[in-house]
Design a protein around this ligand. Sequence first.
Ligand SMILES: Cc1ncc(COP(=O)(O)O)c(C=O)c1O
Length: 381
Amino acid sequence: MSELGFTTRAVHAGYDPDPRTGAVNVPVYASSTFAQDGVGGLRDGYEYARTGNPTRTALEANLAALESGRYGRAYASGMAATDCALRAMLRPGDHIVIPDDAYGGTFRLIDKVFTGWGISYTAAAVADIDAMRAAIRPETKLIWVETPTNPLLNIGDIPALADIAHTSGAKLVVDNTFATPYLQQPLLLGADVVVHSTTKYLGGHSDVIGGALITDDAELDTAFAFLQNGAGAVPGPFDAFLTLRGTKTLSLRMDRHCDNAETLAEFLSRTPAISKVIYPGMPEHPGHAVADKQMRRFGGMISVRLAGGLEAARNLCARTEVFTLAESLGGVESLIEHPAAMTHASTEGSDLEVPADLVRLSVGIEDISDLLSDLEQALSR
Ligand SMILES: Cc1ncc(COP(=O)(O)O)c(C=O)c1O
């Protein structure tokens, strides 16, 4: 369906109305197993729901269509998808390049688990192409990036990173969780694999945990499917249904997230209590030109540094009333958090440690006047 527009694909890809009942939404196939017409006589290819479930199949086809990819696989969480990609693509002795401000959970998995299995890594600044190139070793098999990164919103140049990876015999994996396929399409920019925490904008309502891998490479997809079934980190059918319901409105929500974030970033940049606003949509952001080239808009995430340091950061998090103090991001409701103590606590003491005066905002779709007044009151106390 890739010739159709993004929102048409979001609404329709993966499922046609049920031929028997006409149901316009895919049912939640709450069945762990599927009857066979004689041994091996599968109806529609389904045998056991860890291997495949029709609700999950609809989600996987939808996600592939959104990323303009051929193959999609859904997982029980973004970390399960990340783990599957790393295990499918790396072997003992291999080396991986990651951003020096990678999501804390991704860093923890690589640093605490994969190094124990003989994988080494180098963390480099994703926005610094020379640093990323210099991090490559003969045994490098993967460049793994987020762009924008979590939580510092650095921007990596996807075509340039793909070029570095491919000339070194490595693959490029892009975690597209922050941008979403509405704002950025890494496979069309040269990436080999896209990873998502569908928990975030794709699900969009903070009511489900999930992850996904999308690729055009049949061999990689076979390896992902093998581990999806073999290791079994699959989403249940209700989780798949909720995520699919979320993707249908992705473009509408993202435009509103972007509208609100642009206004708030501008307001925060005029606020003396804030020493720095980090938002890729601002011309002074060092990655603005690259973001402008490869993204439709600049997203709903803003990070700020507080002039009053750690205490001011914690106070801001405690004082907002419309912004809820909570981990995660990408839902319809605005969230605020303190990365050093919350989402990125696992980076403490490492090269990836985040600044103590940093606060991350996931700007929701509420009325902008309420979001502005909330930040204004929280910063003026
Ligand atoms: C960029 C990014 N990647 C991956 C993950 C992990 O996803 P999940 O929490 O669904 O396991 C997160 C979670 O915050 C994230 O922000």
